[in-house]
Write a new protein. Structure first.
Length: 325
């Protein structure tokens, strides 16, 4: 069925890829983004774009009353872990306060469906090798704490007001889709940083700790292709049920170490990519790998691009195309 949707944060990395996939699936999308970290030229062609705060601009769209919207996908957020520790107010206001205002706007206008970008950072230091949705949520940074607070708020709104909500907890999102990929001004993520060494924009990559209790001593993460992630959002939209707030982890279920990622980037780019060992980054757990059993069973989701080589190759193609303008 054709849906009319609002995508907040649709000028950002994951939001733009999801918008592109939603449009291809035949849905109608209005992107709302304040361009604080997103790029206007990343909004996919075919989507209407309204610049502004996620809650205010959504209220404006719903107030126009031209057509009913079927749902909102809320991607807009502050997402730098380090910054969240230095300037927590920016995260509590920018993430939590904005989300509560958005929930009130949806309620006021009777919009029934919400898909929210949550994160593995809600779990903190894991107790199990594969993290299920039932794992304890003890975030080790403010960013994760704000996303967890929003998840709790969504649960209450769903119970009290009948919202049909799904939170998707992303592990390490990577790769690119067509002309949509990672373009952060402040880049903190491993794969884009390593690729900056291959393009010559950075001299070397720092490995944050090689004394973790893993085979090669470097931290292990679960890298998921952004298109697989986007497809889970389409499934979440159709599986959302009034009065329920479902939460699903999204990852490949396979972990790769920092050294394995760097080695894969060397193979893909043919560049030597010098690496030096640096101290651990505060709050970085040794291993974060998702159990995505629930998403597979309940949403019928199946990640297709699980091979790290393919994920890095897509990110590299995107990086090179942007360099060539
Ligand atoms: N990492 C690293 N060097 C970098 C950036 C990241 O060694 O320049 C490590 C980081 O400590 C973590 C992994 O790479 O173990 C993935 O980090 P990223 O910031 O991409 O995602 P996170 O897992 O923190 O969400």
């Amino acid at each position: 069925k054709h849906l009319k949707l609002i995508v907040t944060g649709g000028a950002g990395y994951i939001g733009s890829v999801c918008t592109a996939r939603l449009l291809e699936a035949g849905h109608e999308v209005v992107v709302v983004d304040d361009l604080s970290t997103g790029h206007a030229d990343a909004v996919p062609e075919g989507a209407r774009f309204l610049e502004g705060d996620a809650a205010d601009a959504t209220a404006q769209l719903l107030g126009e009353g031209k057509a009913e919207f079927d749902g909102v996908l809320h991607f807009a957020a502050k997402s730098l872990v380090g910054e969240s520790m230095q300037d927590p107010g920016k995260y509590w206001r920018g993430n939590v306060f904005t989300a509560i205002r958005l929930l009130d706007v949806l309620r006021e206008h009777g919009v029934g469906r919400l898909v929210f970008s949550s994160t593995a950072a809600t779990y903190g230091e894991p107790e199990q090798a594969l993290i299920p949705e039932t794992a304890p949520t003890r975030p080790t940074n403010t960013y994760g704490a704000t996303k967890l607070a929003i998840d709790h708020a969504i649960t209450s709104y769903a119970q009290a007001h009948g919202l049909a909500a799904v939170s998707l907890r992303y592990f390490n999102v990577a790769g690119a889709y067509g002309s949509y990929g990672e373009r952060h001004t402040t880049e903190t993520h491993l794969i884009p940083i390593v690729l900056q060494v291959a393009t010559g924009d950075r001299a070397r990559v720092q490995i944050y700790g090689d004394d973790y209790p893993t085979d090669d001593g470097t931290a292990i993460r679960d890298y998921i292709h952004v298109t697989d992630l986007a497809d889970a959002h389409l499934l979440a939209l159709t599986h959302a049920r009034p009065g329920e707030h479902r939460i699903y982890n999204l990852g490949n279920g396979t972990g790769f170490s920092v050294r394995q990622v760097i080695e894969t980037c060397r193979e893909v780019t043919g560049h030597a990519i010098p690496a030096v060992v640096a101290p651990r980054r505060a709050g970085d757990p040794a291993i974060l790998v998702a159990s995505s059993e629930a998403a597979r069973e309940e949403l019928g989701w199946k990640p297709e691009s699980t091979d790290l080589h393919g994920i890095v190759a897509d990110a590299w193609r995107f990086t090179q195309e942007r360099q060539q303008g």
